[in-house]
Structures are given as structure tokens and as C-alpha cells.
Ligand binder design. Structure first.
Ligand code: SAH
Length: 352
């Protein structure tokens, strides 16, 4: 059996191998400590100190906390992590709401999709995250939420990176969240820029997770500009993949729409978007996100009245839209702002 890359990358069988000299229940104690109680290895005191030390040495963790930034009176916390290989910082956002706690996880260090309005896209791609690196973000954030006597109930794959360009690791993390941490699959949301083969793979996966598609434009010429991967997977193909997905899954898809002043917030855009949303059965739900500022994109977000007007236009056509409240803009933790403190170097993509 191959050696796992880190503590949170290890499967139960791999942990059993590392603990092979111990009674079998030790693996269960360790697993419960890690995933049900979200404890740090040193706090899993059902295991002896020498055993913990041995595990620490053989199976190191992956994330080193660099900085914790706090916003919204303590309700939004952004974690900046360094990865064990010393490069490529990533970020995770923990959001406390009155009735729930949500974690937004990164799936890649950086992103290769190059959407101009997104800070992660502006910074370029560094590398894929492993299952363990995705899982550890949630475990560490959960530990934090526990201190406030709250429990993580929702996970959104909406941090840095394109989840469906790293689908196997994302799915490994989904299984851990659902199977070991007890988070309902219906409370897991995978957001994609529209990677058609990834959507098709997701359709073959067993659990009823949510799919969100970052649409932002409902005609190809505009979407080619805003979301460059549209040139590879144009809207017709993307919608066919969504329809096929729905045929298998029958779970409502949502469309994300970052509202950019004068670019995608006109009556024409609303009508084109409504048409696409209504072409899916059940009709897609639309999430409107007023564009958050990023260093590399000068155009501003649509103002509140414009967003409202756009939402009304959609609802007049029978499409439900939610206006997403912005969290953590002052600490660069909101949608599209995660760049892990990297200065925006537009040539960085050359290093991929
Ligand atoms: N790559 C995936 C996951 C990232 S999710 C995806 O694109 O879906 C992050 C969401 O925030 C996406 O819907 C993205 O399009 C949106 N977003 C990116 N930049 C933004 C910005 N500056 N303001 C508001 N939303 C933004």
C-alpha cells in the first residue's frame, strides 16, 4: 500500500497500516477524533502520547496557518494557509449565520480559468490540491466553529480554483464530508465555471450534491470575454451538459451571475438569462452577486437599485433569483477576491 501524503490524505486502511501494531479499535478512535470531533492529533488523548508522536512524524498535516482575518463583527473569518511544500498559499472562508455555519473551500492553489474579474483568475494557476488539503481546510474551520458551539452544516466549493478541473480530489473530499463528518450531501455545493466533461463526470457520482454554474453571460460573445473557457465549452454545449445532468440527477441547478455595471446587467441580459434558466427543468435558480472589487479589473459592480431591477426582470419572467449578501469584502474574503495575498502579476500564468 502506498504511503499517504498527509494525515488527512490517509484512508482508513492506510491508517490501519500505520497503526498495525495496535489493537484494531485504535483506528476507530483516531478516525472519530479526526473527523467526528475534528480534533488536532495532539488532542486525541484516547491515543497515548508516544503513539501520537509517531503518527505526527509519519503523517504530517498539510496546512500551516499564516493569518486569520476577521470581518462582519467576527462572523466571517478568512484563513490564509501555507501548504506543506512551502509554496502556493491558499485561503478558506468560514461564515457564521444566525441559523447555519458555512465553509467556503479552495480546490486548487490559484486557478487556470483566467476570468478577468476574479482575483484568483488574475493570479494564475499554481497546483492542484489533494483530497487531504481540501478536507483539512474544513476540519480546521470546524474546530474554530466548535469554539463558538456551532457546527459546520454547509460546504461550498467556491474558494480558490476550479473544482471540476480537480474533480477526483473534490469527489474524495465530498465522500469524507458526507461519510465521515456527517454533512448532508444536499448541503454540499460544487461551483463550476462550466467544465463540460467535469459536469458529465459529476452526473455519474452517486450523492445528491448541488451544482452551481458560474454563468455571468447568456450569449457566447460576451461570455467568451468574461469567462474564457467558454471558447472551449460554449453555451450550447454547457446547456446540453446541464440538461443531461438534470435528467440523471433531477436536482435544481443554480446559475451564478456576478453583476458588472453596464456589462451584463441590462434588460437584454436579463431576458437572455431568463431564457436559459427556463430551458432547464426544473428551472435554474439564479444567484446574483454584485461584483466585488479586485485589483486587476477596473469595472465596478452594479449598484443596489440595478441589481434589484435585474432580479425583478427575472422574476417577471418566472425565474427566481436571490441577491447574495456580500461577506468579508473588507478582508478580501468575498466571492472572487481570494488571491492569498498574492500581488496580482498578470504574467504569472506563464509559470504554469
Ligand atoms: N471556479 C469556480 C469556483 C469559484 S466560485 C467557479 O467559477 O464557479 C466563486 C464565485 O464567485 C464564482 O461564481 C465566480 O464567478 C464568482 N466571482 C468571481 N469573481 C467575482 C467578483 N469579483 N465578484 C463577485 N463574484 C465573483
Amino acid at each position: 500500500m502506498s504511503r499517504p501524503r498527509s494525515l488527512y490524505d490517509a484512508t482508513g486502511a492506510q491508517l490501519a497500516e500505520v497503526l498495525s501494531g495496535e489493537p484494531a479499535y485504535r483506528v476507530k478512535q483516531l478516525w472519530a477524533g479526526l473527523y467526528e470531533q475534528c480534533k488536532a492529533l495532539d488532542d486525541i488523548t484516547t491515543l497515548s502520547a508516544p503513539l501520537r508522536a509517531e503518527l505526527n512524524e509519519k503523517l504530517p498535516t498539510s496546512l500551516l496557518l499564516v493569518r486569520e482575518s476577521v470581518s462582519d463583527k467576527g462572523d466571517t473569518i478568512k484563513f490564509l494557509w501555507r501548504l506543506a511544500d512551502g509554496h502556493h498559499p491558499i485561503e478558506t472562508v468560514l461564515m457564521h449565520y444566525a441559523d447555519r455555519v458555512t465553509v467556503c473551500v479552495s480546490t486548487q492553489a490559484g486557478c487556470a480559468m483566467a476570468c478577468g474579474f476574479c482575483a484568483t483568475g488574475q493570479a494564475g494557476f499554481s497546483r492542484q490540491l489533494t483530497v487531504g488539503e481540501i478536507v483539512e481546510q474544513v476540519v480546521r474551520a470546524s474546530r474554530h466553529a466548535k469554539q463558538r458551539k456551532q457546527r459546520v452544516a454547509n460546504i461550498v466549493f467556491m474558494g480558490m480554483g476550479e473544482p471540476l478541473a480537480n474533480e477526483p480530489a473534490v469527489w474524495g473530499a465530498v465522500e469524507r464530508f458526507h461519510g465521515d463528518m456527517g454533512i448532508s450531501a444536499r448541503h454540499l455545493t460544487i461551483s463550476t465555471v462550466g467544465i463540460v466533461p467535469g459536469i458529465r463526470t459529476l452526473a455519474t457520482r452517486p450523492l445528491p450534491v448541488n451544482l452551481a454554474v458560474s454563468l455571468h453571460a447568456a450569449r457566447n460573445d460576451l461570455r467568451d470575454d468574461l469567462v474564457p473557457i467558454n471558447k472551449r465549452y460554449p453555451l450550447e454545449e454547457l446547456m446540453t451538459a446541464c440538461r443531461d445532468y438534470l435528467r440523471v440527477k433531477n436536482r435544481r441547478i443554480s446559475f451564478e451571475w456576478a453583476m458588472i455595471a453596464g456589462v451584463n446587467d441590462t434588460a437584454r441580459d436579463a431576458s437572455e438569462l431568463a431564457k436559459l434558466a427556463l430551458s432547464l427543468k426544473p428551472t435554474a435558480h439564479v444567484n446574483l452577486i454584485p461584483l466585488n472589487p479586485t485589483p486587476g479589473f477596473p469595472t465596478r459592480g452594479t449598484d443596489a437599485a440595478g441589481v434589484r431591477r435585474f432580479a425583478d426582470r427575472l422574476s417577471d419572467r418566472g425565474v427566481n433569483a436571490t441577491i447574495r449578501r456580500n461577506r468579508g469584502t473588507d478582508i478580501d474574503a468575498a466571492c472572487g477576491q481570494l488571491a492569498a495575498g498574492q500581488p496580482v502579476v498578470l504574467t504569472a500564468r506563464r509559470n504554469v
